[in-house]
Design a protein around this ligand. Structure first.
Ligand SMILES: [Zn+2]
Length: 265
């Protein structure tokens, strides 16, 4: 089910990990950001858009992780964009002939059969430094940074006051750092948070990749919460983060935290 969060901006939330898909209405159709996750959900989004008479005219993947690279033939054959780095990372992953063998380590076994993989990751990289998504609709600014994944991008739909945060600023997941082949993962993450903070004044609605949609006050609160977590990780302190504690939404987040502590030690 699509829910309006701002004028011309709709959100679908997946059962899996509260993954948010964003629909932005343009002049001749919609921009679809991070469609997901289960096949039945992608079909429902396609049906809802058909009912609204809104074809998908462009897609965008915020980063090269499986849950943000999905597509379904019923959504049509519009170009699907990502940053140059993000698309290159997705292509590198899929060019390894054993990528499907490693899916069980990535996708939970209870849903793996329900995730459509045929069109996974077929994303066109925009030239490095591209400032906005090329499409016929409201300006969608690309805020690329190196934090959670290579070429991770947040999107700012300025005239709607909406920030699509990708896998940052979640109320249910801790910052998950990209520790593969990066020299300073905590420094990169803090730099990315500063970039997002730089646009916070323009944001009335923030949509994280996973978790609940928040208002302007939530943008500040989550920036502070994410920064506090990364500082604690960097300084080898207990983060005291509610997303990890006994009241955490997902109990597995604690093991991600333990893994990050180990990797950064
Ligand atoms: Zn994700």
């Amino acid at each position: 089910m699509l829910r309006q969060v701002a004028e011309g901006v709709l959100v679908h939330q997946s059962e899996f990990c509260q993954t948010n898909t964003v629909v932005v209405q343009g002049r001749a159709g919609v921009l679809l950001i991070d469609p997901g996750v289960l096949g039945s959900e992608l079909a429902a989004i396609a049906a809802d858009l058909a009912e609204l008479g809104q074809p998908v005219v462009a897609g965008f993947s915020t980063h090269p992780h499986w849950d943000h690279l999905l597509w379904d033939a019923r959504l049509g054959a519009a170009p699907r964009y990502g940053t140059a780095r993000g698309a290159a990372a997705a292509a590198a992953w899929l060019s390894d002939p054993s990528w499907k063998d490693r899916l069980p380590q990535l996708i939970p076994p209870d849903i793996v059969e329900q995730v459509p993989l045929d069109l996974l990751g077929l994303v066109t990289g925009l030239p490095a430094g591209t400032a906005q998504v090329p499409w016929d609709g409201p300006n969608v600014r690309i805020i690329e940074h190196q934090a959670h994944a290579p070429g991770h991008a947040a999107l700012l739909i300025g005239e709607r006051g909406v920030l699509v945060a990708g896998d940052m600023l979640s109320d249910v997941l801790i910052p998950m750092l990209n520790v593969n082949g990066t020299a300073d993962p905590t420094g990169d993450y803090l730099a990315a948070l500063r970039l997002l903070e730089g646009v916070a004044g323009d944001v009335e609605v923030m949509v994280p990749g996973h978790g609940s949609v928040g208002g302007a006050d939530q943008v500040r609160a989550r920036l502070d919460q994410d920064r506090a977590y990364v500082h604690a990780l960097r300084d080898a302190r207990d983060p005291g983060d509610s997303r990890l504690g006994p009241a955490a939404t997902y109990d597995w987040v604690a093991s991600v935290h333990a893994w990050q502590v180990q990797r950064l030690a």
